[in-house]
Design a protein around this ligand. Sequence first.
Ligand SMILES: C[S@@+](CC[C@H](N)C(=O)[O-])C[C@H]1O[C@@H](n2cnc3c(N)ncnc32)[C@H](O)[C@@H]1O
Length: 321
Amino acid sequence: MDTRAPLSAVAKEHLAFCQDVLHGLAQPQKELACKYFYDERGSKLFDEICQLDEYYPTRTETALLEACGAEIADLIGPGVCLIEYGCGSLAKIRLLIDALDSPALFVPIDISGDHLLDSARALAEDYPELDIQPLIADFTQALALPEKVGQKAKRVGFFPGSTIGNFDHQAAIKFLRTVCETVGEGGGLLIGVDLKKDLKTLIRAYDDTAGVTSAFNLNVIERINRDLDGNFDLSAFCHQAIYNPEESRIELHLVSLMAQTVHIQGVDFRFAKGETIHTENSYKYHTEEFAALAAKAGFTTVKTWVDDNELFSLHYLTVCT
Ligand SMILES: C[S@@+](CC[C@H](N)C(=O)[O-])C[C@H]1O[C@@H](n2cnc3c(N)ncnc32)[C@H](O)[C@@H]1O
């Protein structure tokens, strides 16, 4: 019989972080999962990125939500249970809540625990009538949704910010399938998806002149130093954003500026000068490519909205019957 005490959620999260980092940095192309950007500081830096002139996704998606709110509300209907995946600072849901007819329940999900709880508290102050049930979780794992979600209201997912672009295509289909199962027959998903566009606009969005995205990228190795007893010299790495045209994705990397060895949890990782750690992908889509991907996951596209400059898209999907 195993008499060891069960690991707490925090200990499990720490262990998973440690295992993923040691595994990712042992690969021929060193890599770190982008979910590890989002500790307290990473979430604040992401909020700063959203305010940058160069970062068109946030303001474009926000403007679409403002312009199309009434139409979206008609499609979604009254009294729904809303589930937001990777909700960040909960800015965009406010527009949806304002547009919708009396949502019954709201479940914001995010991996960045303190940031989620602070954001949920602020939302609850502004929307005292709304039942808000925050869930700190990794949305790529099985989710223990609050019991109330299973009750009668229609379920609608909300996944803004083109976070879907962080998944490769197979992983995106897998994730969307789980959302499809969660919202069930009659349910829906409102999702923001970044579009293919000219190289200059894309690179500017991921490599801003103020260096906020650089700080955001470097924060992941700072986090490894703090939480996993690492000794990365931050001044010996630099931020890089490139577009990979074969894969239609922006890639973020951390480039080693010299030959060096980094120690993490007693393990040595050697870096050649110019070698990189691949830290994020952000896939870009044409609207019809995204509709085809969503169909593979079991969703039908009901309506797609695109801004006049064709920068960003919003899709309302329902579960295929
Ligand atoms: C690109 S930001 C988007 C934030 C917000 N939805 C928006 O539209 O501005 C991605 C968000 O998803 C969260 N996130 C990333 N990976 C996650 C995961 N595996 N599970 C849960 N949340 C995750 C991050 O903490 C962050 O808040």
